[in-house]
Design a protein around this ligand. Structure first.
Ligand SMILES: NC(=O)c1ccc[n+]([C@@H]2O[C@H](COP(=O)([O-])OP(=O)(O)OC[C@H]3O[C@@H](n4cnc5c(N)ncnc54)[C@H](O)[C@@H]3O)[C@@H](O)[C@H]2O)c1
Length: 250
């Protein structure tokens, strides 16, 4: 489905790779102008070509979502450059180490919580007033199927994503009566650099845990984000849109 996001501005964190990049491209395809925020300053060549093909304005801003000054400065820059902000998709995230709780390195725990949970909090903190000032819109936070179920040896990631879901519901409640809707999306395992480390056996094992028999393509998750931002989802508030190929029905 193609939405008409002409005259809209979408901000995406974690936008140079994976689900964030696929979502940024879908927004551009639907006519939105796109602000790409990422710690990295290079966009894959093919993605740059694709944005240019869609012909909408886009700009990459360097931003570490764990740094409050950078996040607030970047959101200001986005509004100054594009004149408004309508949608935000907070996709920046990291996977972290695999270890039991008692062996989990505390520095790695802090790192995962900082990027996934604090980064989402900081992003919303500055996106919310910018979107409300522009007349309203939508925020989607990237949670995970691991915001609902556990995954062995992955405590920091799982705790951070349970946190993202709680944070999303709280923010959704606080702004439900305004023109801003806040929701979460929870992808199943998705073929991005986060899980695709070139080990096909491992990927096959992960795919087999999904009743659908495969992992998601980033574009399948992007479609859910666009729906949550669209006028088709005007009654969705604090929703966790679970796109997990049946992983959690077992
Ligand atoms: N791939 C999966 O299987 C899967 C499943 C469920 C949820 N998710 C979630 O989807 C989101 C996107 O992940 P992905 O799979 O596209 O991974 P990815 O590694 O392809 O992309 C993550 C992006 O986030 C950026 N990033 C990381 N730390 C950052 C920071 N401190 N500041 C700014 N940018 C930062 C990276 O540079 C990268 O561009 C994450 O929140 C992830 O937890 C992924």
């Amino acid at each position: 489905m193609n939405y008409n996001f002409q005259d809209k501005v979408a901000l995406i964190t974690g936008a140079t790779s994976g689900i964030g990049l696929a979502t940024a491209l879908r927004f551009a395809e639907c006519g939105a102008r796109v602000a790409l925020l990422d710690q990295h300053t290079t966009l894959p060549f093919s993605a740059r070509n694709q944005f240019e093909k869609y012909g909408t304005d886009f700009h990459l801003f360097q931003c570490n979502v764990t740094n409050e000054k950078e996040v607030s400065g970047c959101v200001n820059l986005v509004v100054r450059r594009f004149g408004r902000l309508d949608f935000a998709f907070n996709s920046a995230g990291v996977g972290g180490e695999f270890a039991t709780v008692q062996e989990y390195p505390t520095d790695d725990w802090d790192f995962v919580m900082n990027v996934n949970l604090k980064g989402t909090f900081l992003s919303m903190k500055y996106e919310i007033p910018a979107i409300i000032k522009s007349g309203g819109g939508a925020i989607v936070n990237c949670a995970s199927l691991l915001s609902l179920v556990a995954y062995e040896n992955d405590s920091a990631y799982v705790a951070s994503k349970f946190g993202v879901l709680g944070l999303t519901k709280n923010a959704a409640l606080e702004y439900a009566s305004t023109s801003l809707r806040i929701n979460a999306i929870s992808p199943g395992f998705t073929r991005t650099p986060m899980i695709d480390k070139g080990n096909d056996d491992k990927l096959r094992q992960i795919a087999a845990r999904h009743p659908i028999g495969r992992v998601a393509a980033p574009e399948e998750i992007a479609n859910g984000v666009l729906w949550l931002c669209s006028d088709q989802a005007t009654f969705a508030v604090g929703l966790n849109l679970l796109l997990d190929g049946g992983y959690t029905i077992q």
